[in-house]
Design a protein around this ligand. Structure first.
Ligand code: NOJ
Length: 533
């Protein structure tokens, strides 16, 4: 099978916030269908859909009640089938979200097959990712069940072979329908240390991240399901190191194609948790990305991302969402898309959409944010301090509706949106994509270049100016091509030596290059050379 996904660019859709076709304020499948031409225009190859399955929406669909039914608010299975056909007709592929570390507590399995879940007579001290204990007492059973996420997301017991076989059966059902792969939610959490030891300060992660049988389970899944299909797989893996990644994605291992690392996303937080804020040091980011670039060059494969439905908007996070919004959005895109690996774009990133700051906590919807807020308020942490953290890190930053145009509610819905739109939608929206200097048209160029220049897919990475706190510069080299990428992560103008080759792409009007390359605030400029001998 060809490794077609190595040259692909993935676009993630968060259906609830993408496009509402029926005016109920919630995005839906017909809404997505109505925007497929927009996605073709951008040039992406694969669409990854966050969960569209039947769900009580405690965690916006990451709590699945029925794996083989479409969420009512999103439409029907007929709508889904139509979506799949239309995606394929446009030459794109569809990746589904596979959430099998846990189900909803409203899944039939939970009442009919309690043995599919994890029970204990006494809870250990593990904390849930969504605050509080990871164990919930069940009256009828008089035992506690484990839920690493909300109490409505009980963890499946992967030690139970029947559970695994049920999951494989369900996966085959979707693949037989024609979907082109899976993004696997927290898939490195499926194997728990069966002694369930307490964790230091309630942190259970050492006992279930990359747990004792995870590779065995993934190899089994590969044998039983994945190997029979020409698909792409990406595992979401908090706490996976480069060494883990080699095991998960190495060719001979027969597990997954790539994983999502969290390491580069955790550099602007303190040691305890994501709400513990800390400014990013560019040298940390460079060293970290370099490590991943080198580790997975010969074997295995990287996924490349700045954004998804769990992360704040990158232009507000590592860029400048005020005066230099467009420049920094394009610079960050360049820096990421020219690395070795498969790039992921999260809806709205291609417009340079920003974080949001709602004044009231009542405007927030995300269970992680709300649970954290309530828990810490009860402990006496001041409201202002919590709101500051939410503005910078909350997941709802990514979940405000897609900004399609400047009409009310950004053209996302004719009804009342389930979460408010970002008030800046009149200044940032998709109709601007036709403007020559739009962020959208820049993303389009980056995607098109990947199709034209093999060095972007294949070249070896080498970091330049390692200790510079403002400049991220690197080279990609293959036998006959060389790509040099210069990115200024600051407002300070800087000068760098002129590399070989011609200017390939940049985010400022062309400069006349003489002795040095001038990098203006958040400027990126890339040079390309091909050896024609
Ligand atoms: C990771 C998903 O990306 C996130 O949105 C979700 O809350 C958790 N896994 C639990 O499924």
């Amino acid at each position: 099978m060809t490794e077609w996904w190595k040259q692909a660019v993935v676009y993630q859709i968060y259906p609830r916030s993408f496009m509402d076709a029926n005016g109920d304020g919630i995005g839906d499948i017909q809404g997505i269908i109505s925007k497929l031409d927009y996605l073709s225009e951008l040039g992406v190859d694969i669409l990854w859909l966050s969960p569209v399955y039947d769900s009580p929406n405690d965690d916006n669909g990451y709590d699945i009640r029925d794996y083989q039914k479409i969420m009512q608010e999103f439409g029907t299975m007929e709508d889904f089938d139509q979506l799949l056909v239309q995606i394929h007709e446009r030459g794109m592929r569809l990746v589904m979200d596979l959430v099998v570390n846990h189900t909803s507590d409203e899944h039939q399995w939970f009442s009919e097959h309690p043995e599919y879940y994890i029970w204990g007579d006494q809870p250990n001290n593990w904390r849930s990712f969504f605050s509080g204990s990871a164990w919930e007492y069940d009256n009828s059973r008089q035992q506690y069940y484990l839920h690493l996420f909300s109490r409505k997301q009980p963890d499946l017991n992967w030690e139970n072979e029947t559970v695994r076989n049920e999951v494989y059966k369900m996966m085959r059902w979707w693949l037989d329908k024609g979907v082109d792969g899976f993004r696997m939610d927290v898939i490195n959490m499926i194997s728990k240390d069966q002694n369930f030891p307490d964790g230091a300060q309630g942190d259970g992660t050492p006992h279930f991240l990359n747990g004792p049988r995870v590779h065995e389970f993934l190899q089994e899944m590969n044998r039983e399901v994945l190997a029979d299909y020409d698909i792409v797989t990406v595992g979401e893996m908090p706490g996976a190191t480069t060494e883990d990644a080699k095991l998960y994605t190495g060719k001979s291992r027969k597990e997954l194609n790539m994983i999502f690392t969290f390491e580069h996303m955790n550099l602007d937080q303190g040691p305890t948790e994501k709400w513990d804020l800390q400014p990013l040091r560019l040298t940390d980011l460079k060293k970290n990305l370099e490590k991943w670039q080198l580790a997975l060059y010969e074997d295995g494969w990287n996924s490349l991302y700045w954004n998804n439905h769990d992360q704040p908007r990158i232009v507000s996070r590592f860029g400048n969402d005020g005066q230099y919004r467009k420049e920094s959005a394009k610079m960050l895109a360049t820096c990421l898309h020219f690395l070795h690996g498969t790039p992921y774009i999260y809806q709205g990133e291609e417009l340079g959409m920003t974080n949001v700051a709602f004044s009231s906590i009542d405007d927030y919807r995300d269970i992680e944010t709300l649970n954290m807020y309530n828990e810490k308020r009860a402990q006496g942490v001041p409201h202002e301090q919590l709101m500051r953290a939410i503005y910078l890190k909350g997941r709802d930053n990514a979940r405000t509706p897609m900004q399609w145009d400047e009409t009310p509610n950004a053209g996302f819905t004719t009804g009342k949106p389930w979460i408010s739109v970002n008030p800046n939608y009149r200044d940032i929206h998709a109709q601007q994509r036709h403007e020559q200097d739009s962020v959208f048209s820049y993303y389009r160029q980056l995607i098109a270049l990947r199709k034209q220049l093999p060095v972007i897919t294949e070249g070896k990475f080498e970091l330049l100016h390692r200790d510079d706190e403002e400049i991220f510069a690197y080279v990609r080299n293959s036998a006959d091509e060389m790509l040099t990428v210069y990115c200024n992560f600051s407002e300070t103008p800087r000068e760098l030596p002129v590399p070989e080759g011609r200017v390939l792409i940049g985010n400022y009007p062309a400069q006349k290059i003489q002795e040095m390359v001038l990098l203006r605030p958040y400027e990126t400029v890339c040079f390309y050379e091909k050896d024609e001998r």
